[in-house]
Design a protein around this ligand. Sequence first.
Ligand code: 5GP
Length: 191
Amino acid sequence: MKELEERILRDGNVLGGEVLKVDNFLNHQIDPKLMQSIGNEFAKHYANKGITRIVTIESSGIAPAVFAGLALGVPVVFARKQKSLTLTDDLYSTDVYSFTKKSTSTIVISKKFLEKTDRILLIDDFLANGQAAKGLIKICQEAQATVVGVGIVIEKSFQVGRQLLEEENYEVYSLARIRAFEEGQVKFVEE
Ligand code: 5GP
């Protein structure tokens, strides 16, 4: 997605440890117009796939997911990161290791927001090593819902996330695919 790539080149900052900071439009300040274009792009790709619900993870997945939900006309559920272990029978939960925070957190979704008839589109802001997406998939499997695809705003293709998901036959659709960071510069995969 050209508009997104241009924005990454303009406002993204490559930090050490292979992390891209995009807090100017996605991770802290949010650009609603860009999020709307992103949501529309996901909706176009997943139109006619019978999506009934979008599932994402707090907090940075919520903005693109909501705009995709608006365009597809389906509800959006976000997994909460839970520190305290007050788990009850009403929650699906799993542990996810965070690439950026280098720590594990428990994510939960209320059972009342996932049905076994659901056809789910997963959305997240970044795909790195695929742990967040795998956690969400595990929760959807527990709910016996079908994961139709994984929509990602920014994929770092030099990390193993896409490969892990494709090995398990999940379709991954990323709006920007980063091949490498070269001397602090973002290089995209040429399609
Ligand atoms: P994964 O679970 O695929 O290893 O990492 C994805 C999650 O880690 C995303 O939900 C995102 O919040 C965070 N993340 C991974 N890489 C980056 C990055 O380069 N920049 C930012 N801002 N977040 C990242």
